[in-house]
Design a protein around this ligand. Structure first.
Ligand SMILES: [Zn+2]
Length: 484
């Protein structure tokens, strides 16, 4: 259904003088049934891919198209980041020795009330820039902050994504247990974000639930009801750490997944981050409800959370995408690093180099990620009729100078330094390694100023659990900062 109706129509569109581009590679990884193509190209007309095939044939067919790529690099679908938090955009690189619950208590919760629409916008610009420069074209975000009914925060995410040109699934990670709020106030924030997304070019709203246990039973029930009534898709975390499963069993007599299923949450279209601590029953429930999973290997390793049983999930028919997770738990937004980490974590934890392969990782980071977000009709693979979300990796770099197997080159050799060009819906948002739509220097200046203010307001740089004591001493603060 996404193929243009006829070759004649294609030719007509091409001859209208619309902007056409040929993106050329030594190899094109399509993530489509066509598989990998050697010495091939992607022909883009306006926002749409019109053909993918041999370079010479496409060149002959479209001699006037602009050509990007010297034929020595790798072309692949725009990468789909299935889980992140722009709310952490200004608090990166702290608290490396904390477990998840400690890290939430010491960093995420104290920061949440200080976030504003402007800091959301700037944090999104900064981390969205990092994402785009690593080949990400679609991001699924869960912004955790205190709701502000009169002055909503989360539309700042849509502002930032629109400026960058990224495609986004946007959600407000609502919670009210550690920070009690009237339910109306929480829903006003959801509604404000939904309205901002509705008038955006490339954002779509999801109902966010920070975690099931972070919501009061009243808010959780209201969230499930509203998602059903409004037909909203959902974004949450599920069973990231063992403590969560124990707490859920104590409170509800069920794992979080069992409780979420009983409450009706899993009847919604839902993407859940992590899914690490799972029983066989949990996996059956995830499969039966077609829950899609976002696997975040780097954050899981930094926080010491555990290893997602990716193969068991996939064997049960569950779609698993890859995420960077937030910039405070990762602590970067480099999708190529997350992809390499996904393979390495499975291999070393199972003591088995066949535990995950490069073609599987590329599939997870592209078409499976798009499927996880219910966007596989428009992105995630290079096929005629789909939106032109495309990445070109430069072959004229030390790391990609020699390519024997393009899948292994992408997953193990490429770095964000290799990303040369990125298109979203045919719009070139990165050209020759530079952002085209925003002034990165200005974003960096604004981010530093806001981050300094945030750190001072919350006292982040004086907490020896977040910043190493010798750094605090070197800054002349807290000779009495103590040791851990
Ligand atoms: Zn997360």
């Amino acid at each position: 259904m996404y193929h243009l109706s006829s070759a004649a129509e294609k030719r007509a569109r091409l001859s209208e003088g619309a902007m056409t581009t040929l993106i050329r590679g030594r190899c094109v990884l399509t993530s489509a049934p066509a598989g990998p193509l050697q010495n091939a190209a992607v022909l883009v007309d306006g926002p749409t891919i019109v053909d993918v095939g041999p370079w010479e044939a496409l060149r002959e067919r479209s001699p006037d198209a602009a050509v990007v790529g010297d034929g020595g690099g790798i072309v692949l679908p725009g990468l789909v980041n299935t889980h992140g938090h722009f709310s952490e955009g200004l608090v990166t690189g702290m608290g490396e020795t904390l477990t998840l619950l400690e890290w939430i208590q010491r960093l995420i919760a104290p920061v949440a009330p200080h976030l504003t629409r402007e800091s959301a916008r700037v944090g999104t610009l900064l981390r969205g820039a990092e994402m785009a420069l690593s080949g990400i074209t679609t991001v699924n975000d869960l912004f955790v902050c205190s709701p502000r009914a009169k002055d909503p925060v989360t539309p700042g995410v849509v502002d930032g994504l629109e400026e960058l040109g990224l495609r986004g699934e946007v959600a407000f990670g609502a919670q009210d247990r550690s920070d009690p709020r009237p339910i109306d106030e929480v829903f006003a924030e959801h509604e404000a974000l939904a309205s901002a997304a509705a008038v955006s070019r490339r954002c779509r709203f999801r109902l966010g639930i920070a975690t099931v246990l972070a919501q009061s039973p009243e808010l959780f029930a209201a969230s499930v009801r509203r998602a059903a009534d409004a037909g909203w898709r959902v974004h949450t975390h599920l069973q990231e750490v063992r403590e969560e499963v124990v707490a859920s069993r104590q409170e509800h007599g069920l794992t979080t997944i069992g409780y979420a299923a009983r409450s009706g949450l899993l009847d919604r279209e839902i993407v859940a981050a992590h899914c690490i601590w799972l029983t066989d029953d949990d996996i059956e429930l995830l499969a039966a409800h077609e829950v899609r999973v976002a696997h975040n290997p780097v954050a899981n390793m930094i926080l010491g959370s555990g290893v997602c049983p990716v193969r068991r999930l996939q064997a049960a028919g569950i779609t698993v995408g890859i995420g960077t997770d937030g910039p405070a738990s990762n602590d970067d937004q480099d999708m190529l690093e997350a992809m390499k980490s996904a393979a390495l974590l499975q291999k070393v934890s199972r003591l088995d180099p066949t535990a995950m392969t490069a073609p599987e990782v590329v599939r997870m980071a592209t078409i499976d990620g798009a499927r996880a977000l219910d966007l596989d009709g428009v992105t995630g693979s290079l096929e005629a009729g789909k939106d032109a979300d495309v990445v070109l990796l430069n072959g004229r770099t030390p790391e990609l100078a020699v390519i024997h197997d393009p899948y292994q080159a992408v997953v193990y050799s490429a770095t964000n330094r290799s990303v040369s060009d990125v298109w979203v819906q045919g719009e070139r948002i990165v050209a020759a390694g530079r952002l085209t739509r925003v002034d990165l220097d200005a974003v960096i200046d604004a981010a530093r100023e806001l981050a300094d203010g945030l750190a001072a307001a919350v006292g982040l740089r004086d907490d020896p659990h977040l910043v190493h004591p010798e750094v605090i001493r070197a800054a002349g603060r807290g000779a009495d900062a103590g040791s851990r």
